[in-house]
Design a protein around this ligand. Structure first.
Ligand code: 5RP
Length: 228
């Protein structure tokens, strides 16, 4: 369930701007989605030109893309630190995000949270004052009915995400399903995040509360860098 009305050029500018932050010897979290893909491509070009980095992918998609672009890969258990993570978002309000439009938010949150510096890449259509995008919640398949009931009791409207080129639901890289949960405007993201995390069977939700360190917004005439 994507929220991508930005142009390719806006996304490319954002991705390249974030990739420019990467220097020799860094370990880089490789986000998922069409905007993060531009950062991965730019990093691949830099690796071609001699940059020495290792990437930690956040999904099947970002792993494949990194392999195609010749970026050496590693994993969280093989490194002492992640210097920077570059990732997209479906909505950005300040430094709080809704993610999971590509159903990769569980691994994304692990890697993005582990990074010393988490850089979000976005086009202007992602920016908002009010977070009102349905919150993706990854759920163990056996827990779908009970989690859906609990989310309804919290005031959400959970809808099982359906696959587009497969019959039945989207199955995540972790073998789970996703409930897209419309809560209207989320006035208190931290409280909702705590409530969602507490539900048995929830693997991870797409609220990234106050997690970003920087947001690079690709615009038609350049890049706006928002820092804390
Ligand atoms: C995947 C994500 C993506 O980062 C998010 O959906 C943004 O993708 P795009 O850059 O294609 O709009 O959270 O789970």
């Amino acid at each position: 369930m994507k929220n991508t009305s930005g142009t390719t050029e806006q996304k490319r500018r954002a991705g390249e701007s974030a990739a420019d932050l990467v220097t020799d010897g860094m370990v880089v979290g490789l986000g998922t989605g069409s905007t993060a893909a531009h950062a991965i491509e730019a990093l691949g070009q830099a690796v071609d030109a001699g940059l020495d980095v290792e990437g930690i992918p956040t999904s099947f998609q970002s792993r494949q893309l990194a392999l195609e672009h010749g970026i050496p890969l590693t994993s969280l258990d093989a490194v002492d630190r992640v210097d920077v993570a570059i990732d997209g978002a479906d909505q950005v309000a300040g430094f709080t995000l809704v993610k999971g439009g590509g159903a990769a938010h569980a691994r994304e949150k692990i890697v993005d949270a582990a990074a010393d510096r988490f850089v979000v890449v976005a086009d202007p259509s992602k920016l908002t004052d009010d977070l009102d995008y349905p919150i993706p919640v990854e759920v163990l398949p056996a827990a779908r009915p009970t989690v859906a009931d609990a989310i309804a009791a919290l005031g959400g409207d959970p809808v099982l995400r359906q696959a587009e080129r497969k019959d039945g639901p989207v199955v995540t890289d972790n073998g789970n399903v996703v409930l897209d949960c419309d809560f209207g405007v989320v006035d208190e993201p931290a409280a909702l995040a705590t409530d969602l995390s507490a539900l048995p069977g929830v693997v991870e939700h797409g609220l990234f509360v106050d997690m970003a360190d920087e947001v690079h917004v690709g615009r038609d005439d350049g890049v706006e860098r928002r820092t804390r």
